[in-house]
Design a protein around this ligand. Structure first.
Ligand code: ZN
Length: 415
C-alpha cells in the first residue's frame, strides 16, 4: 500500500498555481481531447495536483485539529455524461478552490467520471460506467472499463495517502474517508433529491445530518453488492459513500442552481473544515427546521427474465418513489416457456435472496387477486406487486435479459 512512484513523478512537474488549470475549469479541461498536462502547484499551503483528465486533488499541509488525521473526501460527478447539474456544481466549486477564493481544510479528490460521454452529452459511450467498478472492468473491454481502471487507481492512491504519514503510512488509523458520487436521475422523483447508500455499510448519524442539511429528501439502502463507484469506495476503503441523485437530467446550461444550493453550501462548509449547519435560506423548498429524512429499503429487484414480448407496465411519467397498488402487474412476458418464468413457476424459487423473501407474498397476492391480469391476459404475469407500501425506483426499459428493470422499495417502519 504505497503511493511513492506516482506521487514522485507528479511532483516533478511543479508549476505556478495560475498555470495548473489555465481556464480555471476542470470541466473545460475534461472536455478537451488534447493530451492532458498533469502538474502540481502549491497555493496557500495546499498542494493542488491535476492528475488526469477531469481529476484534480487538494492536499493541505499538516494535520487537522489536535493532530488528528485530515478527513479525505472524494467528490465525483459525471459518471453518467449527461447528468450535468452536479458536473456544473463541482466545476464551480473547483474554480473557487484553484483560484484561492475558498480555503481547503481537508484532503479532496475531485473526479469528473466520464468525459467522453460528457462530450457526447450521453449517459455513456460503450457501457454504463457505474456498473464496472470494483474490479468488474478487468473482465470487460470498453472505453468505460478503461476509465474505471484509471479512476480506481487514483482513488486507491488518494485513500492510501489518508493513513498516518508519521509511521510511513502503515498505521491503521486513517482520517475519516468519505465519498459522494453526484448524479441526476432519468425520470422525475417524488423525492427530488435522494441518496443511495451502498450495500453493507452503516449509516452514521453525521452523514444523515449532512444529507438532511443538504436538502436530500430520502435515503435508499442498497440490498446487494454492485459495480457502482460508491459501492467500490465503501467496500474497498471503508469510506462513508453515497450515490446522490440531484433531480432530473438536463443539458448543460439548463439547470437551476437554486435546486442544489443546500448541498453546494454544505459541501463548501465541509471542504473549508466547518461543521454541518442547517441553513433554511439555502433550501429550494420552504422549511423552518431540519427535515427528517425517510429511509427506504429495497424489497425486490425486478429483473428482465425473458426475451420474447417482455413488457414493463409503467408510464414514463411515473416518478421514482411512486407507490404502486397491490396487484399491479409490473412486468409480463409473452412466452410462458421463456427462461425466467419457467424457473419461477417450476420451483417457486430464484437464485437470489430477495426473490425468496418476496415470493410467498406474491403467490398469495396472485391467489387472492385473480383479476389482476385481466388487462394483460394474453401475456404471462412475471412480476405482480404484492406488498402494501411498495414504491418503484429506477424503472428502465430496453435492458438486456438478466439485467435489472426496476427496484421495488418500501419505507422503513417508524421512519
Ligand atoms: Zn447517474
Amino acid at each position: 500500500m504505497t503511493n511513492e512512484p506516482l506521487s514522485h513523478e507528479r511532483l516533478s512537474h511543479e508549476v505556478l498555481p495560475q498555470e495548473l488549470l489555465p481556464s480555471g475549469s476542470i470541466l473545460k479541461q475534461a472536455l478537451d481531447t488534447a493530451p492532458i498536462e498533469t502538474g502540481t502547484a502549491v497555493l496557500d499551503g495546499v498542494t493542488i495536483s491535476v492528475l488526469d483528465r477531469g481529476i484534480i486533488s487538494f492536499e493541505p499541509a499538516g494535520d487537522g485539529l489536535l493532530g488528528q488525521p485530515l478527513k479525505s473526501l472524494v467528490l465525483s460527478a459525471g459518471v453518467h455524461g449527461n447528468e450535468t447539474a452536479p458536473i456544473e456544481l463541482v466545476d464551480a466549486l473547483v474554480n473557487d478552490l484553484v483560484s484561492g477564493r475558498k480555503p481547503v481544510a481537508i484532503r479532496l479528490l475531485v473526479i469528473l467520471g466520464n468525459p467522453d460521454a460528457m462530450i457526447k452529452q450521453s449517459r455513456f459511450v460503450e457501457e454504463n460506467l457505474n456498473r464496472v467498478f470494483n474490479g468488474i472492468h478487468e473482465q470487460r473491454s470498453s472505453l468505460e472499463a478503461d476509465r474505471a481502471a484509471v479512476i480506481e487507481a487514483h482513488v486507491q492512491r488518494f485513500f492510501d495517502g489518508a493513513t498516518n504519514a508519521d509511521d510511513g503510512g502503515t498505521s491503521a488509523v486513517a482520517g475519516e474517508r468519505v465519498h459522494y458520487d453526484l448524479h441526476t436521475a432519468i425520470r422525475a422523483s417524488a423525492h427530488e433529491r435522494f441518496a443511495i447508500l451502498p450495500f453493507g455499510i452503516d449509516l452514521p448519524d453525521t452523514q444523515m445530518e449532512f444529507l438532511a442539511a443538504s436538502e436530500i429528501q430520502a435515503v435508499l439502502l442498497s440490498n446487494a453488492p454492485s459495480g457502482t463507484f460508491s459501492y467500490y469506495s465503501s467496500y474497498r476503503f471503508g469510506a462513508q459513500s453515497f450515490t446522490v441523485e440531484l433531480g432530473k437530467v438536463r443539458p448543460f446550461g439548463e439547470n437551476d442552481p437554486s435546486r442544489l444550493a443546500a448541498i453546494d453550501g454544505q459541501l463548501r462548509r465541509l471542504i473549508s473544515g466547518q461543521h454541518v449547519e442547517f441553513d433554511p435560506a439555502s433550501f429550494a423548498d420552504t422549511t423552518t427546521e431540519l427535515p427528517e429524512v425517510p429511509i427506504y429499503s429495497v424489497i425486490h429487484e425486478v429483473m428482465r427474465r425473458c426475451d420474447e414480448g417482455f413488457e414493463l407496465h409503467i408510464a414514463d411519467a411515473v416518478a421514482n418513489f411512486t407507490e404502486l397498488p397491490v396487484g399491479h402487474v409490473l412486468t409480463t412476458c409473452s412466452n410462458r416457456r421463456s427462461e425466467g418464468t419457467d424457473r419461477r413457476v417450476g420451483t417457486g424459487q430464484r437464485s437470489d435472496g430477495a426473490d425468496r423473501r418476496v415470493l410467498p407474498d406474491r403467490r398469495r397476492a396472485e391467489q387472492t387477486n385473480p383479476e389482476v391480469a385481466t388487462d394483460v391476459s394474453a401475456s404471462f404475469r412475471d412480476f405482480v406487486v404484492s406488498e402494501r407500501g411498495s414504491a418503484i425506483v429506477f424503472p428502465i426499459r430496453g435492458v438486456p435479459i438478466g439485467q435489472r428493470v426496476a427496484l421495488i422499495v418500501k419505507r422503513q417502519e417508524g421512519n
